[in-house]
Write a protein that binds this ligand. Structure first.
Ligand code: AMP
Length: 280
């Protein structure tokens, strides 16, 4: 079956209503494009849970800060469409920015608890942009199930909360992090890394391993674990944005780190900001 490529909000909604009318279960995989194996794993997961999978590809300006990489975020629509087709997507939604935001758009969604620390603290307005665009994508694609990656642990938690608190009638699934053979979490931004930076980027997953090893024998002071993570990051000449151990549900920093907590890191490798996390 041929894949539909939809560009406007109206076309997208019409497609979704047709699928629903035909009794199909819709699965949504929201992305910013420049697809890699991580994204493809989400499409595969969605295909298991839905009859028709729609992949959205939209670099959402509202979730980028003024000094962030919106303009230079990698884009390759032709390649993305080919990958979606090969992965068996039924539709791809690739709206231009004006199809998503009226120039005088004035309604935005803010989650007020889970999104305030970590990336939310370091990127003010980020999760407001994420919640708003994801809510819009839900209204446009009418999914029964939407699949997100654990790579963005805090984002998944914020979206789950939005779905719960605003009663979106759909199921959220969070799929595991897909990594390169050496442990680096796949990310569209990895394309920015020079050879030397690519080697040093390994520091994130190494530091998460250090945290997991630290709690393997039993709970220990989170301060001490954070210091060990920082040391590992510094060893790889990474500039730490944050390195935290938090409760898996509340995302509040813990005093004692233990198994089941989540270690989260954001660090700059040169100019590229990378994130990674691990459930301990
Ligand atoms: P992005 O295009 O980076 O905004 O990501 C779109 C979706 O893919 C989000 O739900 C991410 O969490 C997920 N994702 C990104 N990288 C990975 C990865 N390495 N493994 C699994 N999921 C990922």
């Amino acid at each position: 079956m041929s894949m539909s490529v939809l560009k406007s909000a109206e076309e997208m909604q019409r497609w979704a209503l047709e699928q629903r009318g035909a009794g199909k279960r819709i699965g949504l995989v929201p992305t910013m494009g420049y697809l890699h194996e991580g994204h493809l794993s989400l499409i595969a997961e969605a295909k298991k849970r839905a009859d028709a999978v729609v992949v959205s590809i939209f670099v959402n300006p509202v979730q980028f800060g003024p000094n962030e990489d919106f303009a230079k975020y990698p884009r390759d629509e032709a390649r993305d469409l080919k990958l979606c087709r090969e992965a068996g997507a039924a539709a791809v939604f690739v709206p231009p920015v004006p199809a998503m935001y009226a120039p005088d758009a004035s309604v935005f969604i803010t989650e007020e608890r889970l999104g305030s620390g970590l990336c939310g603290a370091r990127r003010p307005g980020h999760f407001r942009g994420v919640c708003t665009v994801v809510a819009k994508l839900f209204n446009l694609t009418l999914p029964h199930v939407a699949v997100f990656g654990q790579k963005d642990y805090q984002q998944a938690a914020v979206i789950r909360r939005m779905v719960r608190d605003l009663n979106f009638p759909l199921e959220i699934v969070v799929a595991p992090i897909v990594r390169e053979a050496d442990g680096l979490a796949m990310s569209s931004r990895n394309v920015f890394l020079s050879g030397d930076e690519r080697a040093r980027a390994l520091g994130l997953s190494r530091a998460l391993r250090v945290a997991a090893d630290a709690v393997a024998a039993g709970p220990c002071a989170a301060d001490a674990v954070r210091r060990r993570m920082s040391k590992e990051l510094e060893k790889h000449a990474l500039k730490i944005d944050y390195a935290e151990i938090v409760d898996a549900e509340t995302l509040e920093p813990v005093g004692d780190a233990r198994q089941g907590n989540v270690a989260l890191i954001a660090a700059y490798c040169g100019k590229t900001r990378l994130i990674d996390n691990r459930v301990l």
